[in-house]
Design a protein around this ligand. Structure first.
Ligand code: FAD
Length: 534
């Protein structure tokens, strides 16, 4: 198979036009072309008046070897690499002890799946409920303000990314093509096949829910076991080795191989492992607000007269500004055609995040506009970042009226330093509701200064970004983990053998894709460790 990159075609083109490009590129006849599949399709919208599609294709011909030799000078024509996933180990027939995975978010799902595929029959524990029950609880909170602190946007089957936009992009280096394994598993579980080739794949909330169920079924069919409502409250340690754990109901499980894939919001579990002496460090994260515009404004900025074209879909953006006070402000978790959601897992706190459906056809575009902070902003204790987050979330709860409505302000008023009294053309989508106010007291002054400087700078990149009637809703605090549960080269905790910190909560991932990939790496490390122990 031959991989051809940088094939450029107009936004609207036929299959024949694509084939013609292949024939001309390889200088072959139609009879020599056996098959063409799209490996990647990107959009070149640098010139809004003529938008192109950029293809990378995998092509099969009757003379592959001959062509590869002939074009060995051309970096755009290469042998298609072998991207198939290869298992690193296999469980022995007389497996003595089952590994345990704590957390069934994207990371825990892939730790569990890969271990199950290698025959290790993992026991997987999640504090939340199975996904259909969890959906009722989460939507119940959004509609009726009834928060279930163990079953919500953060906790339960599928993890934090279940009610999300399901963006699958990542910037991590992936020499072993782990992301291909993740995407293939997602497609097998019902994700749209296009995620295999579009440059910015996304899935959307409703599809994610049924995919998570299918992945659970696969793990169980392979010999894994998954328990919900199974919160881990204690770890058993002997001479620096983990030997098991205790669940909230008092039951115990013995295992010398435990993956901790608990996400960035399991603050009680962070406290528990820190109290047990597991090595933990404070790490930087970001805080800010969700901004909302009409999606049509973003589409127009990026796609001009092609805005709304079905192949382009809803436009997204990525912005960054380095401020005079040394802070960086950037857009995070942009959700085109989506909604802002209530994402607290703790009572009397308000946290924002964003989600969308596969269609991305809601009225508004939203993203978090966040300011980078680091442990020097909350010195003194490895877990001090949690107190910092809680303080902001409690302040937002108070400012929102102490009933889970979120405090909100128009961008124009925020820039002028005036409280907002009435909405304009952008209706905030946050459920259960918002209260118009002055957001400037809810974040530290250096964050407010930085966001006030960044919004006009962003307006120079996206015309209308700092328009008076765009809205801000706060606060966005769960951008990444406030701690790192440090691990060594064998992916075990620095001071606790057999404990494998994994995914976003441990500080080794940020987003669905990187959490899933970290899950594969941790499963491999656990399998090698189990086999080495024997
Ligand atoms: P999590 O997904 O947080 O999973 C951790 C799991 O551990 C949870 O299910 C929890 O119940 C369980 N758990 C915690 N403590 C315990 C315990 N003591 N015992 C047992 N179980 C426990 N990322 C993207 O890439 N694209 C997006 O579009 C996107 N949108 C998002 C939208 C929202 C609303 C949110 C909240 C997040 C979004 N993210 C998105 C971020 C993404 O969801 C996370 O990066 C990802 O889920 C991290 O995966 P994880 O498996 O490491 O942790």
């Amino acid at each position: 198979m031959i991989r051809i990159s940088n094939i450029k075609l107009p936004l609207e083109h036929s299959q024949e036009a694509l084939d013609a490009q292949v024939l001309s590129c390889l200088k072959i006849s139609p009879e020599q072309l056996v098959n063409t599949t799209v490996f990647r399709r990107g959009i070149d919208a640098r010139n809004k008046k003529s938008i192109f599609l950029m293809y990378t294709l995998d092509v099969e011909t009757t003379i592959d070897d001959e062509l590869l030799a002939k074009f060995d000078w051309d970096p755009n024509i290469r042998k298609t690499p072998d991207m198939a996933y290869k298992f690193v180990a296999q469980a022995s027939e007389d497996l003595q002890e089952r590994p345990v995975v704590v957390g069934f978010g994207p990371c825990g799902i892939f730790v569990g799946l890969i271990l199950a595929e290698m025959g290790y029959k993992p026991i997987i524990l999640d504090r939340g409920k199975e996904v259909r029950e969890r959906t009722k609880d989460t939507f119940g909170f959004w509609r009726k303000k009834q928060l279930n602190t163990e079953s919500n946007v953060q906790y339960g089957e599928g993890g934090a990314g279940t009610f999300s936009d399901g963006k699958l992009s990542t910037q991590i280096k992936d020499k072993k093509h782990y992301s291909r394994k993740v995407l293939n598993e997602f497609v097998d579980a019902g994700a749209p096949a296009e995620i295999l080739y579009v440059s910015k794949p996304h899935i959307g909330t409703f599809k994610l829910v049924s995919m998570v169920e299918k992945m659970r079924a696969k793990i169980i069919a392979l010999g894994g076991e998954i328990r919900f409502g199974a919160r881990v409250d204690d770890l058993h340690l002997e001479d620096g080795q983990v030997t098991g754990l205790t669940l909230a109901d008092g039951s115990q499980i013995k295992s010398k191989h435990i993956a901790l894939a608990i996400g960035h919001s399991a603050r009680d579990t962070f406290e528990m492992i820190h109290d047990k002496g597991v090595y933990v460090e404070a790490k930087p994260f970001s805080v800010g607000f969700r901004v909302e515009h009409k999606q049509s404004l973003i589409d127009k900025n990026y796609y001009g007269e092609f805005a709304g074209h079905p192949t382009l879909g809803a436009a997204d953006y990525k912005l960054v500004h380095h401020c005079n006070n040394g802070r960086s402000v950037y857009s995070f978790c942009m959700c085109p055609g989506g909604t802002v959601v209530a994402a607290t897992s703790e009572e009397n706190r308000v946290v924002t995040n964003g989600m969308s459906q596969y269609s991305r056809n809601e009225m508004n575009a939203n993203s978090a506009i966040v300011v980078g902070i680091d442990p020097s902003d909350y010195p003194g204790h490895p877990l001090a970042g949690i107190d910092f987050q809680r303080k902001l979330e409690s302040a937002a709860f108070k400012l929102g009226g102490e009933n889970y409505d979120a405090p909100a302000q128009l961008v124009g008023d925020f820039l002028k330093g005036e409280s907002s009294e009435a909405l304009g053309e952008v209706e905030p989508s946050y459920k259960p509701g918002i209260k118009l106010t002055d957001l400037s007291g809810v974040l530290p002054g250096y964050c407010i200064d930085a966001i006030r400087e960044a919004l006009p700078a962003f307006n120079r990149k996206i015309k209308g970004f700092a328009m008076d009637e765009a809205t801000l809703t706060g606060v966005e605090t769960r951008t990444s983990s406030p701690i790192c549960i440090k691990r060594d080269d064998s992916l075990q905790s620095l001071n606790t053998r057999g404990l494998f910190p994994a995914g976003e909560g441990a500080g080794y991932a940020g987003g669905i894709m990187s959490a899933a990939i970290d899950g594969i790496k941790v499963a491999e490390a656990m399998a090698l460790s189990i086999n080495g122990d024997k």
